[in-house]
Write a protein that binds this ligand. Structure first.
Ligand code: AMP
Ligand code: GLY
Length: 430
């Protein structure tokens, strides 16, 4: 098969690594890819915003399948354009991707189908938002840009001043541009966070393994939110029963709701959840794999991913077996540029990566890297995702962190507690 993978981050490097292992692959292109994906296939210099160029490339090269990693092109309608050009695409059509592209749409859908989520209000003007924040609102609460903001459009506020400031920055100062012209203000949900994924063709679905992202920049849940500083899978604190109720009360009714509304979803439907004392509740839905969750999932997936992607794209998932998973846990530690998620410098040389012995149990996925004069340099906020399997969570952590210690670049920042809370919870159960 001839595959075009769209994207350039750690998620796409992990997908390329996994797809490459399929005996069905004849040719793999990655647009635009990164120095990591260049080792696995052929990078094609087409930007994520170049929808026409992506469609022409896929058609001209007779690609059998286009796999779309990030949300941007999906929300912009890449899947629709590929369908119109007769090219199979793994990733939802625009009207279904709106579940990620518009938080206000997502919340409305959740409420209409009685899917548990935080109570909320939507505002597109500052004055009513401020009246609400200073009047009836209960604290802490969360102020969010409705549109896409790369996981950074969220402020948790414990009192009105902070909430007012966030609402003003989005609605009046336009810090997230059009994405923040509508805001969602919602109840703060207490509890552990988990990421749940289904792979679906719209009719049949298979739940993937649960993951836990570590969203904040600093250890112990402190500091600003990022795109994700590390992940683990599975999530040992989550019982089989909770996993079932996530499927029954959240994933299935959302898929049915989308179908019922004429927005048939195919691809990866990703629920960001809080396990509250009142049961799992939805923080957000996404229309793609999580990053860095994808890195731990690809390390743990034993089955060939490609037939599943094809079946989801063509509507034949019922003929596929559910994927098999490595029972061993996986951990991903993200190495970020100093200053991320705010401003950061790029172009710093990355040292030590050659010394890391990579294999089935340890992979360093590239997120934001570039080659300059043949040297690997930093090129993004999140730079590398060091990913390891282990016999238990602590050995996976040790393996990942000992690789981290071999890698250096100026300003390198990472959390030392990825998976630590889960490991403590396991210890407590013993
Ligand atoms: P979102 O983009 O909506 O997933 O928000 C990003 C992150 O902000 C989430 O992963 C949570 O860590 C945090 N967050 C968002 N909404 C809430 C909420 N209602 N209660 C608590 N934390 C939240
Ligand atoms: N890891 C969070 C996300 O992909 O949205």
């Amino acid at each position: 098969m001839r595959i075009l993978l769209v994207g350039s981050g750690g998620r796409e490097h992990a997908l390329a690594w996994k797809i490459r292992q399929s005996p069905l692959v004849e040719k793999l292109w990655i647009a635009p890819g990164n120095p990591g994906t260049a080792e696995l296939g052929e990078n094609v210099p087409i930007a994520l915003t170049g929808l026409d160029a992506l469609v022409s490339f896929a058609r001209d090269q007779a690609a059998d399948l286009v796999v779309v990693g990030p949300e941007g092109p999906l929300v912009a309608g890449l899947s629709d354009r590929l369908a119109a050009a007769g090219v199979r695409c793994f990733g939802p059509l625009q009207n279904a991707a709106e579940i990620e592209g518009s938080k206000s749409f997502c919340k409305e859908l959740l409420v209409r189908y009685r899917i548990p989520t935080a109570n909320y209000r939507v505002f597109s003007e500052l004055n009513p938002a401020i009246s609400y924040l200073e009047g009836g609102a209960r604290y802490p609460l969360v102020v969010k840009a409705s549109g896409l903001a790369a996981g950074k459009g969220v402020t948790v506020a414990s009192e009105p001043a902070g909430a007012r400031q966030a609402a003003k920055a989005m609605l009046e100062d336009g810090i997230f541009g059009a994405a923040g012209r509508t805001i969602v203000i919602e109840e703060y949900l207490q509890g552990a966070e988990v990421s749940a994924f289904i792979l679906t063709d719209g009719r049949t679905f298979t739940q993937l393994e649960l993951c836990q992202d570590h969203k904040t920049l600093l250890e112990g849940g402190r500091g600003p939110n990022t795109g994700g500083m590390g992940a683990i899978s599975p999530v040992p604190q989550v019982s089989e029963r909770t996993r079932d109720s996530i499927e029954r009360q959240i994933l299935l009714p959302t898929l049915h709701g989308l179908n019922h509304d004429g927005r048939r979803f195919h691809g990866i439907l990703y629920a960001g959840l809080k396990l509250t004392p009142a049961g799992p509740k939805v923080l957000e839905f996404n229309a793609r794999f999580g990053d860095p969750e994808c890195e731990v999932l690809m390390l743990r997936m034993r089955s060939d991913l490609l037939p599943l992607l094809c079946a989801a794209a063509e509507g034949t998932l019922e003929n596929q077996e559910a994927p098999e998973w490595d029972p061993r846990p996986a951990v991903t530690v993200v190495l970020a540029s100093g200053g991320y998620p705010g401003n950061y410098a790029t172009g710093h040389p990355i040292e030590g990566l050659d010394a890391v012995a990579q294999g089935r149990e340890l992979q360093v996925f590239h997120c934001g890297t570039a080659l300059r004069d043949g040297r690997l340099v930093t090129a993004g906020g999140r730079v590398l995702a060091v990913s390891a399997l282990g016999d238990d969570l602590n050995s996976a952590r040790r393996r990942a962190y000992s690789a981290v210690e071999q890698i250096r670049f100026p300003g390198m920042t990472y959390r030392r507690d990825i998976g630590a809370e889960a490991a403590d919870a396991l210890e407590a159960l013993r």
